[in-house]
Ligand binder design. Structure first.
Ligand SMILES: *[C@@H]1O[C@H](CO)[C@@H](O)[C@H](O)[C@H]1NC(C)=O
Ligand SMILES: *[C@@H]1O[C@H](CO)[C@@H](O)[C@H](O)[C@H]1NC(C)=O
Ligand SMILES: *[C@@H]1O[C@H](CO)[C@@H](O)[C@H](O)[C@H]1NC(C)=O
Length: 416
C-alpha cells in the first residue's frame, strides 16, 4: 500500500515535472503559416502567444520554402523564447514591398534563441542594383535582414543570412549576445551588405561563423565593449572593422575588443581601426587584441587609419582627437596583397600608445611585407617587421566607396 502510494506519487511528480520543464512547441502552421505563402502574420501571432507564456516556448518554422514581409516583434516577454527555423524564408525582391527597414526586427527581449539550419534569403539582387551609396553621400536605405535591438542574454545559432538587401545583421544596444555557427552569404560585389554590424553593445560574441559578403564581415561602431570575434572566416568582404569613429559628438568609447583565430581570404582589409580627422568627439579606443590571424591575399592585413575621410568630406588640417591605446597585434601570418602588411597611421594630435607587435610574418609576392608607422612607437617582440615611414600618402587609398562613415546611415543605425 505504502509502496504503491509512493510509486503513484513519484510518477505523478515525474509527469508534472516533465510538463513544467519541457518547453512547448508552437508550430507556425497552427497560426496559418504555410509553405509558399507570407508567414509574417503567423510568426507575429506565434510570438504574441509565446511572449505571454510564463514558461519557455519554442516557435518552430518547419522545413519548406516560405515568403515573408516585414515582421517586428517586441518584449518584454514572460519567459525565454526560441525560434527554430528549419525552412527557407524569402523576402520580397523589391525593397518597397518588404514594408520596413529591417526585415525581421526583434527588440527588448531577454533570453531569446534563434536556432536551426534554416535560411533567411533577403533576395537582395534587385536592391543592390538600386543601391547608389557608392556614388551618393545621401543614399537610400534598403532592408537589412535582421535588426536585434536592446536584447539581452541571447543567442543566434546555425541559421544562414543570405543576400540581404543592406546589412545582414544590425545589433544595437544588446548585452550578452552570441552568434555561434552563424553563416552569412552574399556576392563580393553586393554593396553595403555588412555581415554583422554591432553598435552600443556589451559582451557580444561572434563565434565559428563563416561570412562571405560585399562589405565588412564584422563592423563595430561606437559604444562597443567586450566584443569577441573568434574562429570567423571572412571572404569575400572588406574585413573586420572598428569604426568609423569620430564623426559625431555624442559617440561613446570603444573598449575590449578581441579578434582571434580568424582567417581572412582575399578581403580588402584584415583588421582595421578607422577614425575621422577633425573630430568633434574625444572618445577613446582601448584594449584591442588582434591575435592569431591568417591572411590570404588581404590588401591591408592590419591597418589603423586616423585620417579616414571618404569623399573629402572633411579637412585633414586638424588631427583626430580620438586616442587609441593598448593595441596588441600578435601572431599574424599569411599573404598581403600590398607591400605594407601593417599600416599604423595614428593621429598627430593624439599619438597611439601601448601598441605591441609580435610574431608577424606576412609576405607580399614572396618577400616579407613591411610595416609603416606614423605617430606611434610600437614595442616589437619576436619576429616582426620594423617600423618604416610611409613613402606615399597611403590614406588616399582608403576605400572611398565605403560608406559607413556617412551621416545618414550612421544616424539611422543608432536610432534603430
Ligand atoms: C537588458 O539589460 C539592461 C542592462 O542591464 C537593462 O537595463 C534592460 O532592461 C534589459 N532589457 C531586457 C529586455 O531585459
Ligand atoms: C549570457 O546569455 C546566455 C544565453 O542566454 C546565458 O546562458 C548566460 O548565462 C548569459 N551570461 C550571463 C553572464 O548572464
Ligand atoms: C549547429 O551546427 C553544427 C554543425 O553544423 C552542429 O554540430 C550543431 O549540432 C548545430 N547546433 C544546433 C544547436 O543545431
Amino acid at each position: 500500500m505504502k509502496f504503491s502510494a509512493i510509486i503513484l506519487f513519484l510518477s505523478f511528480f515525474i509527469v508534472i515535472n516533465f510538463v513544467l520543464t519541457q518547453s512547448a512547441n508552437l508550430d507556425i502552421s497552427k497560426f496559418g503559416g504555410k509553405p509558399n505563402a507570407d508567414i509574417a502574420k503567423a510568426l507575429t501571432s506565434a510570438w504574441a502567444e509565446a511572449c505571454a507564456s510564463t514558461t519557455a516556448v519554442k516557435i518552430v518554422i518547419p522545413s519548406g520554402t516560405y515568403q515573408m514581409t516585414h515582421v517586428e516583434v517586441k518584449g518584454p516577454c514572460k519567459a525565454p523564447i526560441e525560434i527554430q527555423v528549419d525552412g527557407t524564408i524569402k523576402a520580397p525582391p523589391n525593397p518597397e514591398d518588404v514594408g520596413g527597414e529591417q526585415w525581421l526586427r526583434i527588440g527588448y527581449v531577454d533570453h531569446l534563441t534563434i536556432s536551426g539550419e534554416g535560411v533567411f534569403d533577403g533576395q537582395g539582387a534587385t536592391a543592390w542594383k538600386q543601391n547608389d551609396c557608392n556614388k551618393k553621400f545621401d543614399c537610400k536605405l534598403l532592408g537589412m535582414n535582421f535588426g536585434f535591438n536592446f536584447i539581452n542574454n541571447s543567442i543566434v545559432r546555425n541559421i544562414t543570412s543570405k543576400d540581404s538587401k543592406h546589412f545582414h545583421v544590425n545589433v544595437l544596444g544588446c548585452n550578452n549576445f552570441t552568434f555561434d555557427g552563424f553563416k552569412v552569404s552574399a556576392p563580393g560585389d553586393s554593396h553595403n551588405t555588412d555581415g554583422i554590424h554591432i553598435g552600443r553593445s556589451t559582451d557580444v560574441n561572434v563565434l565559428n561563423t563563416d561570412i562571405a559578403t560585399g562589405d565588412d564581415c564584422v563592423s563595430m561602431g561606437d559604444g562597443c565593449k567586450k566584443i569577441l570575434v573568434q574562429n570567423v572566416n571572412c571572404g569575400p568582404g572588406h574585413g573586420i572593422s572598428i569604426g568609423s569613429l569620430g564623426k559625431y559628438k555624442e559617440e561613446e568609447s570603444v573598449e575590449d575588443i578581441t579578434v582571434k583565430g580568424c582567417t581572412l581570404k582575399e578581403t580588402m582589409n584584415g583588421v582595421r581601426i578607422k577614425t575621422w580627422p577633425n573630430t568633434p568627439s574625444t572618445i577613446t579606443v582601448t584594449d584591442m587584441k588582434f591575435e592569431d590571424l591568417t591572411m590570404d591575399k588581404v590588401s591591408n592585413p592590419v591597418i589603423i587609419d586616423q585620417e579616414y575621410c571618404p569623399w573629402n568630406q572633411c579637412t585633414k588640417e586638424n588631427p583626430s582627437k580620438i586616442k587609441i591605446s593598448k593595441v596588441s597585434i600578435k601572431g599574424i601570418k599569411g599573404t598581403s596583397g600590398t607591400k605594407e602588411g601593417l599600416v599604423l597611421a595614428c593621429s598627430s594630435g593624439t599619438p597611439c600608445e601601448g601598441v605591441e607587435i609580435s610574431d608577424v610574418s606576412l609576405t607580399f609576392n614572396g618577400a616579407p611585407a613591411i610595416a609603416t608607422c606614423t605617430n606611434v612607437k610600437p614595442t616589437i617582440t619576436g619576429k616582426a617587421p620594423a617600423c618604416t615611414a610611409p613613402t606615399t600618402d597611403k590614406k588616399g587609398s582608403a576605400p572611398t566607396t565605403d560608406k559607413k562613415g556617412s551621416a545618414p546611415t550612421t544616424d539611422k543605425k543608432q536610432k534603430q
